[in-house]
Design a protein around this ligand. Structure first.
Ligand code: NAD
Ligand code: ZN
Length: 375
């Protein structure tokens, strides 16, 4: 299957600082089954003093399981269980920061996010807002964060989003769903322990895994593609094909999907996502549809743009007995369709990556609405 494109960087920015973006990467990473138990050693040198706690933000799906007892909670450390039923919101970040400031006499030594993209993004945002004044919504955008964030660690428990490597934290704000994209967003430490992903529901496993697959297809077929992105994107795509189209033993599959997520995230770091992501933002904002399933709902109808990628996606759905819900947009009014199209079209870099500089002549509100109507 030929998803590869010639290496081009179509738009040559005029300033060197724009052309050669200086990306932060996660400086430290541990990988392997059971590696979660290294957390205590890893955090010890980062503890400032006994009054400066480690704050663990943990997906509440782990409440009552064996995981909390393995968290190295000492001194005044605190575990806060948070539901991932809804995607993270700026107001939720503000409330957490306020609560932590009120409860502790000293700023925390670290913020540790344990969960899927939702918890990882919350941990990143809380770490930023602990040292930067104002509200989370003030920092939604690009490079608006001035001060270094509190030391923060990401521990994914479901694979696919690439949130563990990215320099963004995607938040639903009062008037937009947008990331805090900054050099201070990226985790200082990541622990990749595939065993933590054992209990994931098969449908959710598929939706979040497809987020990774769609990152690869959109990156590899985009006009922003370059050798950096391509090298990671191709590896991630191969891993996704192994995971979703062959019959791997479960432990191998967990390992490989965790690494696919990492490589997929690295691939889009130096390029961009595309049409499914732009349109999924519209679904997320208006209908609160979550990122993974939202991408799938759109992507199934994008054969005109990503023919090979969409054909393979259907094979993957069939192999895993996935049936996507139907009639999601059936009840929407014309003005709601307009709103979703406007949100999607607002994601300009995604369209430019997908369709090139002249994207405005290729995609129209009418075309977008006709795709939304099929969902
Ligand atoms: P999620 O964090 O929303 O979790 C999905 C479901 O899986 C939840 O019900 C959760 O409780 C459950 N779950 C997680 N781990 C589990 C485990 N080990 N066992 C059982 N259940 C488990 O899922 P996600 O798809 O990883 O994250 C979506 C979020 O990530 C969205 O908010 C999206 O905006 C964000 N995202 C961020 C980036 C980024 O670069 N920052 C990239 C893509 C997506
Ligand atoms: Zn995504």
């Amino acid at each position: 299957m030929e998803l590869k494109k010639e290496i081009t960087l179509k738009k040559i920015p005029t300033k060197a600082s724009e052309q050669y973006r200086n990306f932060p990467m996660v400086p430290r990473v541990v990988f392997g089954n059971g590696s979660f138990d290294r957390l205590g050693d890893i955090l010890m040198p980062k503890r400032k003093h006994s009054e400066a706690p480690m704050i663990y933000l943990v997906d509440d799906v782990f409440e009552g399981t064996g995981l909390p007892a393995r968290i190295p909670k000492i001194f005044c450390d605190q575990i806060i269980f948070i539901s991932a039923d809804e995607e993270p919101k700026t107001a939720q970040v503000d409330a957490l920061v306020k609560m932590i400031r009120k409860e502790f006499s000293a700023p925390p030594s670290g913020i540790i996010g344990i969960g899927g993209g939702t918890l990882l993004d919350l941990a990143k945002a809380v770490a930023i807002l602990m040292t930067n004044k104002g509200r989370a919504a003030d920092y939604q955008g690009w490079d608006l964060v001035n001060k270094k964030s509190v030391y923060h660690v990401g521990i994914p428990t479901i694979s696919g989003t690439g949130a563990e490597v990215s320099r963004t934290t995607v938040l639903l704000g009062p008037d937009k769903k947008l990331g805090i994209n900054s050099d201070h967003t990226t985790f200082d430490q990541v622990i990749l322990d595939p065993e933590l992903t054992k209990g994931v529901d098969p449908k959710q496993w598929f939706y979040t895994g497809m987020d990774c697959y769609i990152h690869c297809v959109e990156s590899l077929n985009g006009t922003y593609l370059n050798a950096f992105s391509q090298s990671y994107g191709e590896k991630a795509l191969d891993l996704c094909k192994e995971v979703f189209l062959t019959d791997l033993p479960e432990d191998k599959s967990r390992d490989k999907l965790m690494m696919a997520s990492w490589h997929g995230g690295m691939s889009i770091a130096y390029s961009q996502v595309g049409i499914a992501h732009a349109m999924s933002y519209g679904l997320g904002y208006l209908l609160k549809i979550k990122h993974g399933i939202g991408n799938c709902l759109v992507f199934q109808h994008l054969e005109a743009f990503y023919p090979e990628g969409v054909a393979l996606f259907h094979k993957m759905m069939e192999k895993h007995g996935i049936e996507l819900p139907k009639g999601i947009c059936g009840h929407l009014s014309e003005s709601e369709f307009d709103k979703m199209a406007a949100i999607a079209l607002g994601m300009e870099p995604l369209w430019e990556n997908a369709l090139g500089e002249n994207w405005k002549t290729i995609i129209t509100v009418g075309k977008l609405k006709s795709i939304y109507r099929k969902i």
